[in-house]
Design a protein. Structure first.
Length: 189
């Protein structure tokens, strides 16, 4: 329902549609200060959230010892934390504008060198019905210590499928975009 939260559920099975965010990447590119990132940010949009990830210059370190990788990761993480603290108020103001415009929450992330960190992303509950064999898989992951709960186990399974099925998922998303284009060209009902 279109209250202060923006979207929600209407009658059983009906879901309000958020406005299109097709121009979100361009909007953020135009709205963000030029000196924040080394190029345009990567903007990822779904039904609930917009994640904006920008690249900042990695710190330059001269290390030749065995702990060099750890030192580089620590320096990159420190650089990201500094960016997060220095831009907090401006990011909040920009996020509030975007949330009003796109009716979705906005989360931020930064990449420095080989380190990427996301700030305050949503964790959205998803209802599902599982039969005993599927519940058994989740319970095995919990009992073995791979996951803390069935919810964590399900998230782990989704990440595993996503990591191993990216080319197929990309083709599926492209096909869905083509269906939307054809639907938009059709007659008004």
């Amino acid at each position: 329902m279109a209250g202060s939260r923006g979207r929600g559920y209407g009658r059983w099975g009906e879901r309000e549609q958020a406005p299109s965010a097709d121009d979100a990447a361009a909007w953020f590119t135009g709205r963000l200060p030029d000196d924040w990132f080394t190029g345009p940010p990567t903007v990822t949009v779904d039904r609930d959230e917009i994640i904006v990830v920008g690249v900042i210059p990695a710190p330059e370190l001269e290390t030749a010892d065995a702990g060099a990788a750890t030192a580089v990761t620590a320096a990159e993480s420190g650089r990201i934390r500094r960016f997060r603290e220095q831009t907090r108020d401006a990011r909040i103001a920009i996020a509030e504008e975007a949330e009003r415009r796109y009716v979705r929450k906005v989360a931020w992330g930064v990449t420095a060198g080989g380190t990427t960190e996301l700030f305050t992303t949503l964790s959205v509950p998803v209802m599902t019905r599982l039969r005993q064999p599927e519940r058994h898989v989740l319970d095995t992951l919990v009992d073995s210590g791979v996951a803390r709960s069935r919810s964590d186990a399900l998230a782990w399974c989704v990440r595993l499928v996503g990591d191993n099925a990216q080319p197929w998922l990309a083709r599926l998303r492209e096909a869905m975009e083509k269906v939307e284009q054809v639907r938009a060209e059709g007659p008004e009902l």
